[in-house]
Write a protein that binds this ligand. Structure first.
Ligand code: FE2
Length: 385
């Protein structure tokens, strides 16, 4: 049996942003808090949204101090704002970090406590303030997931929080907002989306429902990731990536991610590597290690992504998958941990702690080949081979 959780409304396509005032009215919301970051302010996107709302007589307030890889402290001012005000909705504008911040603000603002109270394995099924998500990258898929990730800076741990309470009521999926995303972010977020689709498809929690979303996502992402990276104003590539990222979000929200994400979060927490980048560093090695436990599933991924021919036998398809994952990292200039500036001694000093944190997140348990702590340590070490 598959238990499927989705936003109530998704507006998809160019101009979807324009639907915001109408959607707020649909949900009976009159006083939204806009949650975003400095980049959205600089790019004029926040102004665009506020102008859109003002034209319909909707006064909005703003919390624009969300940070990449949000921490408990970074969202506190937003939580305080909600607790002190009488907001009836949270509108998240930006990449995964503002959306994840907004999700935590919507729950903490209504129910209080600290984010640590809400971490996995607790299921946060309370209804916080309604969240309307407007992603500007393609993407974390956070606009269509029941997860948020907030770092506890006291322990350097990325906390996975899950539940229906974190699912936006609506998502405005407008690829026009991604046309100016720079190549590095396009690569990192695009590889993240590809990883979501692959991990959802090979997950032990996969279902025919999540499979259909994951395969469709791979069909959109595989042929368009490089195009969007090299030619940012390629509208067809951007549209395919945006839809692919959302479908991949739906796939993993309903089937979970697996070992790549489990291992990726501690690297992000300890070494401040952007989420998609740490996924990209891990994806080839973790895929190679996992293939023996789910060779047919990974071969399906290779074919769906367009990396292998439909009639390639399993083993050849998987060889092509691994070769292509490495080639994409090279072409999209994904740095090695050393090139990124991670100190090798420090990395090795914390690799056992990172392995414990990875296991505690639950994600490695969804992997087709379930690792021990020692297996994870060995995979971390392989990144330096
Ligand atoms: Fe991700």
């Amino acid at each position: 049996m598959a238990s499927v959780v989705l936003p109530r409304v998704m507006e998809v396509g160019p101009g979807a942003l324009q639907k915001l005032p109408e959607l707020l009215a649909t949900f009976g919301c009159k006083k939204p808090l806009l949650v975003t970051d400095k980049m959205m302010v600089q790019l004029g996107y926040l102004d665009k949204v506020q102008t859109l709302l003002a034209a319909k007589g909707i006064a909005s307030d703003v919390f624009a101090d969300t940070v990449p890889e949000p921490t408990a402290a970074s969202i506190q001012a937003g939580v305080d704002k909600v607790r002190a005000g009488d907001f009836d909705a949270v509108v998240a504008l930006g990449g995964g970090s503002p959306i994840d911040s907004a999700k935590a603000i919507a729950i903490l603002g209504k129910f209080g406590g600290v984010i640590n109270d809400y971490r996995f394995p607790r299921q946060v099924n309370e209804a916080g303030l309604p969240i309307i998500a407007i992603p500007t990258t393609a993407g974390t898929g956070s606009e269509a997931t029941r997860f948020t990730i907030i770092t506890d800076e006291k322990t350097d741990e990325k906390l996975l929080c899950a539940g229906v309470g974190f699912m936006p009521v609506a998502a405005l999926i407008d690829y026009e907002l991604t046309l100016t995303v720079p190549p590095r972010t396009t690569a990192d977020t695009g590889i993240d989306a590809m990883t979501h689709a692959i991990e959802a498809y090979v997950s032990k929690k996969a279902s025919p429902y999540s499979d259909s979303q994951a395969l469709a996502a791979m069909g959109l992402i595989g042929p368009n990731l490089r195009r969007a990276y090299h030619q940012g104003d390629d509208k067809a590539a951007r549209e395919a990536m945006m839809l692919g990222a959302s479908l991949a979000g739906i796939a993993f929200s309903n089937a979970s991610v697996a070992l790549v994400h489990g291992m990726s979060r501690p690297i992000g927490a300890f070494f401040h590597v952007p989420h998609g980048l740490s996924n990209a560093m891990l994806l080839p090695a973790v895929t190679a290690w996992s293939i023996p436990a789910a060779a047919e599933r990974y071969a399906d991924c290779a074919r769906a992504l367009g990396f292998a021919h439909m009639d390639d036998p399993t083993e050849l398809a998987n060889q092509k998958l691994l070769a292509e994952l490495v080639a994409i990292n090279t072409e999209l200039k994904v740095p090695s941990p050393a090139d990124f500036g991670i100190d090798k001694d420090r990395f090795f000093a914390v690799r056992h702690t990172m392995a414990e944190q990875a296991l505690a997140s639950g994600s490695p348990g969804n992997n087709p080949r379930v690792p021990s702590a020692e297996d994870i340590v060995t995979l971390y070490e392989q990144l330096w081979a």
